[in-house]
Design a binder for this molecule. Structure first.
Ligand SMILES: Cc1cc2nc3c(=O)[nH]c(=O)nc-3n(C[C@H](O)[C@H](O)[C@H](O)COP(=O)(O)O)c2cc1C
Length: 143
């Protein structure tokens, strides 16, 4: 059985809705799926997982949330990501997804394999967006 973690930060709940749907989709094969707020996450949660979805909205000026998510991602720089596949996701509003493009590049530089492009949803996910989140979770579980 694979260990799947969904680690996310969400201020107003939009990215959290995405996290829950990705977690639901990731249960497709009956693997263990843990949803963890980044405030409660440890580096071991990443090291001990086979597949990880990381979620964070665009904050600041096209950056990750700076109090919890940015330091957490920074702390993963020396983690061995070979053999781990990840997914990235997050909500945004007025931008063009720059934060997600930067985040993808950063995680690839860490050696992580991305299952797909980062999934970005504008503000609150609608039904069709929830489906996209579930699909991403399934794809991650099947990778
Ligand atoms: C302080 C702050 C900074 C933000 N900066 C950006 C930004 O640079 N680009 C963007 O597209 N959206 C930006 N947003 C909008 C959020 O990404 C958007 O509201 C998102 O839905 C929040 O997700 P959450 O509900 O998971 O916290 C910002 C929001 C806040 C509160």
């Amino acid at each position: 059985m694979k260990k799947i973690a969904v680690i996310y930060w969400s201020g107003t709940g939009n990215t959290e809705i995405m996290a829950e749907a990705i977690g639901d989709g990731a249960k497709v094969n009956g693997d263990s799926v843990k949803l963890i707020r980044v405030e409660d996450a440890t580096k071991e949660d990443v090291i001990n997982s086979d597949l990880i979805a990381f979620g964070c909205p665009s904050m600041g000026n096209e950056v990750l949330e700076e109090e919890f998510m940015e330091p957490f991602i920074e702390s993963l720089e020396d983690v061995d990501f070979s053999g781990k596949t990840i997914a990235l996701f997050g909500s945004y509003d007025w931008g063009d997804g720059e934060w997600m493009r930067d985040w993808e590049e950063r995680m690839e530089n860490y050696g992580a394999k991305l299952v797909d492009e980062g999934l970005i949803i504008r503000l609150t996910p609608e039904d069709e967006d929830i489906e996209k989140c579930k699909e991403l979770g399934k794809k991650l579980a099947n990778s």
